[in-house]
Write a protein that binds this ligand. Structure first.
Ligand SMILES: O=C(O)[C@@H](O)C(=O)CO
Ligand code: MG
Length: 264
């Protein structure tokens, strides 16, 4: 069964952040995800979850200075202490929100990156992910890594599926898993169903959006009904994060999800 989660960083932005939980529930979503919870007290978020009856399915660890263009810390040499503090802070929120999985963003390479820079990022990434996975395991949580397309995020360290699979293997932690975002994979590599099949056992969460505009999933070059059918055939039991920017209003664009329980 396809279970849809609303990404509250992109959907329902017509509402104040804490009101988006109820708006998502009213539209038929049973789960929510978003980039970052840290601007709000965990108690306020927990009460928004409780009152709306939706589950918190995912959020991201602190990403460094987002306004300054940072996109995660996990692979950044010299920022290990900050990354590790962020892991502890994210786990504190995960406990308060009952959230089972956390995304650790990798960060960007400098423009001048050479092979030594790449090797240093890779070594830092592996060590930091080992730390994050061990801390998360003590609390029964998962840590996810997500390849992101370098057109939207130039220089992002983790951009390809085989790179992510090699990192998962090298870290070797059962609770370190893959966040498979069909939008990013289509832009970087295509061949979505074959990637899904090959990586299925590593996948803990998937996300969708239309390509190339990142609007509703029924607009653009990806045929999501075939992907949903394949997820069902494979027995996918996780959530499908709806991480797209509505072309007009959020509610106005939900008709694509009628077959999956949305009030479009
Ligand atoms: O795909 C994305 O953009 C997100 O899942 C994310 O976590 C980083 O922006
Ligand atoms: Mg994503």
């Amino acid at each position: 069964m396809i279970r849809l989660a609303a990404n509250l960083s992109m959907l329902f932005t017509e509402h104040d952040f804490l009101d988006r939980f109820q708006a998502a529930a009213d539209a038929g979503f049973r789960g929510v995800e978003y980039l970052f919870p840290y601007a709000h007290a965990p108690e306020a978020l927990a009460s928004a979850l409780r009152e709306s009856g939706v589950e918190q399915v995912l959020f991201n660890m602190p990403p460094g200075d987002w306004q300054a263009g940072e996109r995660g810390l996990a692979s950044l040499p010299g920022r290990e202490a900050e990354f590790r503090d962020g892991v502890i802070e994210a786990l504190r929120y995960a406990e308060a929100l009952g959230c089972p999985r956390l995304h650790a963003m990798a960060g960007r390479l400098p423009e001048s990156a050479d092979s030594d820079t790449l090797a240093a990022h890779r070594a830092t990434y592996v060590e930091n992910l080992r730390f994050a996975a061990a801390e998360a395991a003590r609390l029964g949580r998962e840590v996810l890594i997500e390849p992101i397309n370098t057109r939207d995020m130039p220089g992002y360290f983790l951009s390809r599926q085989d790179q992510a699979m090699a990192v998962l293997e090298e870290v070797g932690a059962d609770n370190l898993r893959l966040q498979f975002d069909f939008y990013h994979c289509q832009i970087m590599e295509g061949d979505l169903i074959r990637h899904l099949e090959r990586q299925f056992s590593a996948i803990a969460h998937v996300q969708i959006a239309g390509v190339p505009e990142r609007h509703e999933p029924n607009v653009g070059e990806v045929h999501y009904p075939a992907i949903f059918a394949q997820l069902e055939r494979l027995g996918y039991a996780g959530w499908v994060g709806c991480e797209y920017r509505p072309a007009a209003g959020t509610r106005e664009g939900l008709s694509w999800g009628r077959d999956y329980g949305l009030a479009g």
